[in-house]
Each structure stands twice: as C-alpha cells, then as structure tokens.
Design a protein around this ligand. Structure first.
Ligand code: NI
Length: 403
C-alpha cells in the first residue's frame, strides 16, 4: 500500500472536509432526529457513485449503510461512524456555530461524519485497486443510552457478512493528530439504576410515628460504596455513582419517599453482573433493615468496548505508517462508554481515538461541554487512517483466508 499517496489524496480533501464538518456543525440533529444529516450523507455518497444505499433503521429515516465493492470478491470490512448531536445549547461565537437552540455537535460526531464520508470518496476512487468490500455505517443515536442506534442496526443485519469492524472517535484530551490505540478492554460498560424507598411520612418532631426514607437512603449510599471496595476483586475495576437524590422539601416533615438515580460502570462482563446483583441485594436489604419498601429499576445500557487484539495491533501498525511513531501511543482505559461495543459482540472490532485538541485553536474543551469544537486540521489524518486501515484489514483477512 502506498501510504504517501493516500496521505496526499486525503490532504487534498482538507478544504472540502473542513467545509463539510462546519456545515454539519451548524446544522446539528440530536439522536433519532438525524433526518437532514442522513439525507445529506446519502446525497454525497450518491454523487460519488455509490449505489444501493440503505437508508433508515427501525422504520425511521435516520442512519444509513452503503457498500463499496473492490475489483474482486473477498472479505468485507465495516467502518462505522456515529452521526448524532447532543441536546446541549452551544456557547461561544464560532462563525459556524449551531443554529439550533438546544442542539449541538458537542462530541465531535460532525468531524466523524466528514472523515468517514471523505474516506468513502477516497476508497471509491481506489476501488479497482483492492479485493473485497468496505461497508460504511452511518449510525444514528450513539448518545441515546437506553435506546441507542448500534443495537438497532445490528438487529437489522448491518453486520451480515462483515468480517471486521472499525470505529474512530476524535478526542479533545489528546493533541491534534495523535492516535491512541489499545487492545482488550478500552471503554467501560454503563448501566443506569433507579431506587425509590417508600417509608411513612410524619412530623419531624415525632420520628417514632414515621418510617424515614431519608435515613434509609443515606445508609444505602454508604453501603453501596462497599460494592467496589469490598466485593469486586481489587485487580478489577468498577464505579458506582449516585447522580441524584430527592427526599422531602421542608424542615419539619419526614417525607414518605426518597428517590435516587445513578450508574454502574466496569470493564468486565462478570464484574458487571456481580455489581448489579450486589446493588439489588443492598437496596432490598437496607430497605428491610429500616422498615422501608424499595422499588428498583435497573437498565442495562452499553457493554464494555473490548478491542480485538490482532485488529488493535494492526491499527497501531497502520497508525505508525500514517502519523509516525511520535504520534502513536497506547490509550488509557476509560470509564466513559460507547455503543460501538454492540458491534464487537457480533464481529471482531476495534475502536480507537484520534486527538483533536489544540489549546491555541480552542479545541480542548471536554466532550459534551457547550464549548466543544474540533480542530479541522485533523480531518485529513482521520481520512488517511480510516482508508489505510480498511485496506490493511482487507489484506490481512485475505492472507488469513489463503493460509
Ligand atoms: Ni461521541
């Protein structure tokens, strides 16, 4: 593979990719509302020459899948991007600021779309040079937690026939152009929980006539913190956080209920099951101890992102070719989550990070913050990486088949 040529072609796309990223930034659409975004992507692909684009998931006109066939039959690899914006009002005064109140591309998915669309264009121009196929997955609703796009697309067969899948996330915490890769677990699972303790309300002066759900809640919070410290193997990791606690509202009344919500994260599916069981047991147990009744709701959200080792190593080698050894490093494990994990439960996959943080350009605000922005100079690097990695995956899979 001629990396210099790919880099050169990607660099020529810097201007249109930047223009596209900024256009998308101005026109963000939150999860499951990416109708115009989807239409835009489809028309770009059609213009390029793509045929048979499959639009929509769950009967909604959001998200799409497009296939590119090489000169001969062979393995099929998938490149996936998310396309949704967040329900956050953008702050600041970028010339291409979001024109929609309550919506902004505060996670960089605008950059992901621009990168993958140009990767599709680049690979299309090279389609007589490789064997096998590349499937481009433009996925809606990555941010939607209890109803995200990945499991919906997987259910509708987006991975049928796919041998390997790759995803990339821009990363503001890392300098522009630096690639972070990791084999094995890289992002945590996330589950959401809700507990309501029902007691009996009463006068604050006469606790003997009431059953106090607030004291129950206080004990529950402390007991919950022993799950990670006392029940999870110290060599594993996990976190349980309380995100909200509501109980009563005046100084002299014991309320009749206390309500809490929070989340549980870990990297290991076995630890995940164990933490859920402990959480339920403690909620029930503490409630019983203090004469309350517990109502529990537990929602499994995303599994952990666990990268296939040989794909991760291939990604690292590709990154070394594209950005050089000074710009490639191992990623730390992150307690944040990504629904890319749903693809990995079906086929080997790798998710990696591409730095887009530049202090001088103001692109180091954390993801999901109202001032988040992408350093556009990273776009050609992303295009080169995705293109080269798709070709490297195809080559490796072909070798595996013939040996
Ligand atoms: Ni994101």
């Amino acid at each position: 593979m001629d990396i210099a040529r790919i880099r050169d072609m990607a660099q020529k796309m810097a201007e249109p990719a930047t223009e596209m990223r900024r256009f998308l930034h101005t026109n963000p659409e939150p999860s499951w509302h990416e109708v115009e975004t989807t239409r835009f992507i489809a028309s770009e692909l059609e213009e390029t020459g793509f045929k048979g684009i499959k639009i929509g998931v769950e009967g909604k006109p959001v998200g799409l899948v497009a296939d590119l066939k090489g000169k001969e039959d062979g393995p099929l690899v998938a490149l996936r991007t998310d396309i949704d914006a967040l329900s956050i009002t953008e702050e600041g005064d970028l010339p291409y600021k979001s024109r929609r109140d309550g919506a902004s591309h505060a996670c960089g998915h605008d950059g992901h779309i621009a990168i993958l669309l140009h990767t599709a264009k680049l690979l299309y121009s090279m389609k007589d040079e490789f064997s096998g196929g590349v499937r481009f997955i433009f996925q809606p609703a990555e941010e939607k937690g209890d109803h995200s796009g990945a499991p919906a697309m997987v259910k509708e067969g987006v991975l049928d026939g796919v041998d390997a899948v790759a995803g990339m996330h821009l990363w503001a915490h890392v300098p522009t152009g630096r690639v972070q890769w990791r084999a094995g677990p890289v992002m945590a699972s996330v589950d959401g929980w809700e507990v309501k303790f029902f007691g009996q309300g009463g006068h604050g002066a006469m606790p003997q006539n009431a059953v106090d759900p607030t004291v129950t809640a206080a004990n529950f919070i402390l007991a919950l913190q022993t799950v990670v410290s006392r029940e999870v193997n110290p060599l594993e990791t996990g976190v349980i956080s309380v995100g909200k606690l509501v109980s009563g509202d005046v100084i002299n009344i014991i309320p009749d209920r206390a309500e809490m919500i929070g989340n549980i994260r870990t990297f290991n599916p076995t630890v995940r099951d164990k933490m859920e069981a402990a959480f339920r047991r403690i909620a029930e147990g503490v409630a019983a101890t203090y004469r309350c009744r517990a109502e529990i709701k537990y929602t499994t959200l995303y599994p952990p992102v666990i990268n296939d080792s040989s794909l991760a190593e291939l990604l690292r080698d590709t990154a070394l070719q594209v950005v050089g050894e000074n710009n490639v490093e191992e990623s730390p494990m992150l307690m944040a989550s990504e629904d890319f994990s749903f693809y990995q439960m079906k086929v080997p996959g790798v998710l990696f990070f591409l730095g887009s943080g530049d202090e001088a350009k103001g692109t180091t605000a954390p993801h999901h913050s109202p001032k988040f922005n992408v350093d556009d100079t990273v776009l050609p690097t992303g295009i080169s990486l995705m293109t080269a990695f798709a070709l490297n995956m195809l080559e490796k899979l072909r070798e595996g088949r013939s040996s």
